[in-house]
Write a protein that binds this ligand. Structure first.
Ligand code: GAP
Length: 479
């Protein structure tokens, strides 16, 4: 696994310096694995979310969206299996008291072996870990850690506790008086909001199987080993879609959604070789088949999205616990059944991190005369936080007035940014750094012939077009 830690650190620093992502509650020294999106980060995140939403609910006639609450009846999580099964095997180092997720500890060792040129050894270690995880063999996992001489990064010792399971759900109290309050959970996945609304949507929307329900929203997990920036957070956002199908057709739909989701990622202009499928060996408690779409982050190939064939596990259990029928009458075959489900579940924050990793580019622009460089975010124009920067060359001679007119014509169609301070070159560089695909410059020639300069972010080429055509020009390029 080729990793590039410097590049990753540079992206993190860039995200902070240019208002994309800040550590949560930074003035109080931050909160581990919780992040805030800044002025440009929230725009980019919203654009990714909107692009996903549109591709699901607008481009598929048989998929509708919902927005369910984060708080749900506590029985939801009993029925879904999360109370009993949503846990990870953990191990503590007795000397440092630091807790690790067993799979992360072993994966880090495999990475280390690969870096030392012992890839085959690392792969064998991972294969053995997968086998033990699939068999829930905790003694075997502890032995594997000891035999491989894995040490705690804090204490440097291999003095480990037994491997134990820890539930990842956050709980809180609902109700004002403590005796009456009941324990509820912050949802660990958005999917259950879809399952419990299956009949509401099917009936009120007169939906016919096969059909899907999509949702985006916050999910919460008490990740023990939270690290790698926004890759693994305690509060994050998911974009999920449950596709309800006839029992028996799950293999076909599973393959369909694998392909469809891969096409979506490729539509962002990311090369094919940056993605791969990874089939799950140890299936989640609800799945009969599952895989991840992995992307090659600067920290190596990692999970970006999960595609899961969830059978009728969730609906069947909600029927059992709620005692409400979760059946669908299929007029084509004249039968009642509980539908099967194929789920696509992608992390919005991980998609953000993928897009940033692809876009972040350091360019050396030095010539024989002078040293020069720039950092440019080559974001897909449709996702860029700002589409057009409107820049009068000078703060006088009537140029700001013309620039304001262009701004007023364009700002209802797409996000624009007006700036008149500093030399034009510096303003261009600031726009490059936040990924603005076009800058329009208003100069003295504009006053003579009504033309302006449009500068392309990636090529830095400039062309003159009529000021009256700026809006149309930008709209044409927002693909
Ligand atoms: N409903 C199925 C489900 O939640 P998952 O594989 O646990 O499946 C789906 O999560 C996606 O959510 C992952 O592929 C990842 O992109 C994102 N995700 C999961 N845990 C995350 C975390 N702690 N921080 C950021 N993203 C996370």
């Amino acid at each position: 696994m080729a990793t590039d830690n410097n590049r990753f650190q540079a992206i993190i620093a860039h995200c902070k310096e240019y208002g994309f992502i800040f550590q949560s509650s930074e003035i109080y020294d931050g909160l581990s694995a919780v992040y805030d999106y800044g002025q440009w980060g929230s725009e980019l995140k919203k654009n990714i979310r909107d692009y996903w939403w549109k591709s699901m609910t607008q481009m598929h006639e048989n998929i509708v969206g919902i927005d369910a609450a984060i708080f749900m009846h506590p029985t939801t999580w009993k029925a879904s299996g999360h109370v009993d099964n949503f846990s990870d095997p953990m191990i503590d180092n007795k000397d440092s008291k630091k807790r690790y997720r067993v799979d992360h500890l072993i994966e880090a060792k495999a990475d280390e072996l690969e870096k030392e040129g012992k890839k085959a050894e690392g792969d064998a270690l991972l294969a053995e870990m997968d086998k033990l995880l699939a068999a829930n063999d905790y003694e075997g996992l502890k032995k594997l850690i000891e035999d491989t001489k894995i040490k705690c990064s804090v204490s440097g010792t291999g003095n480990w506790t037994d491997v134990r399971q820890f539930n990842l759900m956050f709980s809180t109290q609902l109700g004002s008086v403590s005796e009456e309050a009941s324990e509820i959970y912050l949802r660990p996945e958005t999917a259950q909001g879809i399952f419990v609304n299956f009949l509401n949507v099917q009936k009120t929307g007169r939906m016919k199987i096969p059909f899907g329900i999509a949702q985006t929203g916050k999910a919460f997990r008490n990740e023990i080993v939270a690290r790698q920036f926004i890759f693994r957070m305690r509060e994050f956002e998911q974009m999920e879609m449950q596709f309800f199908i006839r029992p028996g057709s799950q293999k076909e739909w599973y393959e369909y959604w694998k392909e469809e989701r891969m096409k979506w990622h490729l539509s962002l202009g990311i090369p094919k070789e940056k993605f791969r499928f990874h089939d799950h060996v140890k299936l989640a408690h609800y799945a009969d088949a599952a895989c991840d779409i992995e992307y090659e982050f600067p920290i190596g190939f990692k999970e970006l999205e999960g595609i899961h064939s969830r059978t009728d596990f969730d609906l069947k259990n909600h029927q059992l616990y709620s005692k409400k029928k979760m059946q669908y009458f299929d007029p084509e075959i004249n039968q009642n059944y509980i539908p099967y489900v194929v789920e696509t579940s992608v992390g919005l924050d991980r998609t953000f991190m993928m897009i940033m990793s692809e876009a972040y580019t350091e360019e050396d622009l030095s010539t024989a005369e002078k040293q020069d460089s720039r950092v440019v975010l080559k974001l897909p124009p449709k996702l860029a936080p700002i589409k057009l920067a409107v820049l009068p060359l000078l703060k006088k001679d009537g140029l700001p007035e013309v620039a304001r007119e262009i701004m007023n014509t364009c700002k209802s169609s797409f996000k624009c940014f007006y700036e008149e301070k500093d030399a034009i070159g510096r303003r261009y560089r600031r726009m490059d750094a936040i990924g603005t695909p076009f800058c329009v410059t208003i100069d003295h020639q504009t006053k003579e012939d009504g033309t302006v300069t449009i500068r392309h972010r990636d090529s830095m080429q400039q062309e003159r077009i009529s000021a009256s055509q700026v809006r149309e020009f930008v709209e044409k390029h927002l693909i």
